[in-house]
Design a protein around this ligand. Structure first.
Ligand SMILES: Nc1ncnc2c1ncn2[C@@H]1O[C@H](COP(=O)(O)OP(=O)(O)OP(=O)(O)O)[C@@H](O)[C@H]1O
Length: 330
């Protein structure tokens, strides 16, 4: 990609960020464990999401992606302590009380495709009953039109009409995932959090689901796509945020991240190099325990570029939190 085109795309990205739908600043989540230990699940996350934008949140298992999404919906367990702000259209999601979240936020202003869909479906109700009830609760569609609305919702998420009368335990993981996506799309919430929405799907369904989520964003909604699937992220994301050990370590336009320029953070480069279609070289070592984080940059023990300077935590500057960011690959 030539630099003029890159600059033009960067300008579009910057313009979008000016009109943020969601503004997250200093989002921090700590879990208090018995015996006084603390899990630093999310630390100082800052990002914006504009209407019509898809931000992909990527990173290895356990780095805090789902906890961040749960914090935005007020769905954290009792041992969690949350700090920072997350403004959605004037409401601070982190400060809102349970009544506000239940009545006006969840499903209506913030939709969720949960990571474990089976756990979010009621075992004794069919998929059709789930869909019709959600249509009733979120859209006020009259009874006579609910059946059709439920079938349309299923179709949007590629859930087969032939399986609508099945119960959750009769669904494969991929079908449960599609049912959860159908439910999440019903309220047409301005912000959609999709936590691993393509897990358990074959590649063609991954693409179909990702494209449907992208269309949802194209209609002017914000989409936070939490995923391990960098191929799905490359397909639909406008920007990519990379988390490592609870912190966002890089946030970059997707065309730069996945294009010839590549990411600047050594961890983000490692994630891409681990892909089978790239170098297929895993990052050595393991992420640290979030209850025993090292001093300084948490990636330093695995980083080929680490120096003594990395004994202090690098701030996120110009989209990257690293003392020794990689130079762009021309
Ligand atoms: N209730 C809890 N009490 C203590 N620690 C928790 C709790 N819930 C989550 N954690 C910890 O928070 C960290 C972040 O978990 P999270 O589920 O957000 O990771 P993730 O990046 O979404 O991983 P995955 O992709 O595997 O879902 C993990 O170390 C997890 O063990």
């Amino acid at each position: 990609m030539n630099t003029r085109l890159e600059r033009a795309l960067d300008a579009v990205t910057a313009e979008r960020a000016d009109a943020a739908l969601l503004t997250v600043r200093g989002l921090t989540v700590r879990f208090r464990l018995r015996g006084g230990r603390t899990v630093a699940a999310v630390t100082d996350a800052d990002f914006d999401l504009a209407p019509g934008e898809c931000l992909a949140l990527v990173g290895e298992s356990g780095c805090g992606k789902s906890v961040l999404a749960s914090a935005l919906l007020g769905l954290l367990p009792g041992n969690a302590e949350t700090g920072g702000t997350a403004l959605l259209d004037g409401t601070d999601l982190l400060a809102a009380d349970e009544k506000t979240l239940a009545r006006t936020v969840r499903g209506r202003r913030v939709g969720l495709v949960p990571q474990s869909p089976a756990a979010h479906l009621t075992p004794v109700r069919t998929v059709r009953a789930h869909l019709e009830e959600t249509v009733r609760a979120l859209t006020g569609t009259p009874r006579t039109a609910r059946r059709k609305a439920a079938e349309d919702a299923a179709d949007r998420a590629a859930f087969p009409a032939t399986h609508l009368d099945r119960h959750p335990h009769e669904l494969s993981g991929g079908l449960a995932q599609r049912a959860a996506t159908a439910l999440a799309l019903i309220g047409d919430a301005p912000l959609l959090l999709a936590d691993e929405p393509t897990t358990g799907l074959d590649r063609d369904l991954v693409e179909r689901t990702a494209d449907e989520l992208r269309r949802h964003a194209d209609d002017g909604r914000g989409l936070l796509l939490i995923t391990h699937d960098l191929t799905a992220a490359a397909r639909i994301a406008d920007r990519v945020a990379v988390m490592y050990a609870g912190r966002i370590v890089e946030i970059a336009p997707a065309h730069r991240f996945f294009g010839p320029t590549g990411p600047a953070h050594p961890y983000a480069r490692g994630l891409l190099d681990a892909l089978p279609e790239r170098a297929f070289t895993p990052i050595p070592g393991m992420p640290p325990e979030l209850s025993a984080l090292p001093e300084g940059c948490a990636f330093a023990p695995r980083c080929p570029r680490a120096t003594d300077q990395c004994a202090t935590v690098p701030e996120l500057r110009a989209g990257v939190a690293c003392h020794h960011p990689e130079r762009p690959r021309a």
